[in-house]
Design a protein around this ligand. Structure first.
Ligand SMILES: *Cc1c(COP(=O)(O)O)cnc(C)c1O
Length: 235
């Protein structure tokens, strides 16, 4: 019989150590890399154990699951990030619950978020999701779409766009992933030149369980790690 708390604490320590080592190897400060623990695989009780182990920034990919978990008293201290697709009819309910939305992929969605934020008298923090892999099944703006949207960001006064997010190609291993991540960083550097003055695209959300070290080498400031944290707990 495994002890769930102990297993989670070990997994978390191992992931943090790997983040630390990857940052050092890239001559970066590990404090500049935030772990977002992706809890979509586990129920509220295991999520609460992870929170108790000291991991407070949690990511969910489905709004409904985020709403359900955010309503649990045992998870009241979590900071929620929405990392998956957000439908416009779910913006209103999601906004009050989240610290950061990683997955804004259209001007229409940005406008919805801005309107909801104005109505709720808050500022919404978001990232723009970019499809760097060319994988048709993935959400995200094209490079050209990103370049069109960035100069318009000043129109959305209640949205703070903090950076960019991407998912690497499924195929191609670390080499392809590294290329996708480098593309995101280079795109950020390019569009930063045309950014409205009050916009700082400092955050790069990239890297998951199988490629977060590559992502850190390429400049990730947020890594979204799920499976690795729950090894030994499922199945
Ligand atoms: C599920 C998911 C992750 C985490 O993936 P793992 O491979 O389990 O670490 C990261 N980002 C997004 C957008 C996801 O949907």
């Amino acid at each position: 019989m495994i002890n769930i708390n102990q297993q989670l604490a070990e997994n978390l320590a191992r992931v943090r150590l790997r983040i630390q080592s990857a940052a050092e190897a890239a001559r970066r400060d590990a404090n500049d890399v935030q772990l977002v623990a992706v809890t979509k695989y586990v129920d509220a009780s295991i999520t609460a154990s992870l929170l108790a182990a000291g991991c407070s920034v949690l990511g969910e990919s489905r709004p409904q699951q985020l709403w359900d978990k955010a309503a649990q008293p045992e998870l009241a201290k979590a900071q929620w990030h929405l990392i998956g697709h957000l439908q416009r009819n779910k913006v209103q309910r999601t906004l009050p619950l989240v610290d950061l939305i990683h997955s804004v992929d259209s001007e229409r969605l940005l406008a919805s978020i801005n309107n909801a934020a104005i109505g709720q008298d808050r500022c919404a923090r978001v990232l723009l999701e970019v499809n760097c892999s060319g994988d048709e099944s993935k959400h995200g703006l094209s490079a050209d779409g990103l370049k069109e949207i960035v100069p318009l960001l000043a129109n959305f006064s209640s949205v703070e766009v903090c950076g960019l997010m991407t998912m690497a190609a499924r195929e191609g291993g670390p080499t392809a992933a590294a290329r996708n991540f480098a593309t995101l960083r280079e795109l950020r550097d390019q569009v930063a030149l045309n950014c409205p003055p009050n916009v700082n695209l400092t955050e790069l959300s990239m890297g998951m369980s199988h490629d977060f070290e590559v992502a850190i080498r390429e400049g990730a400031t947020l890594v979204r790690v799920g499976s690795l944290l729950f090894e030994g707990l499922r199945g």
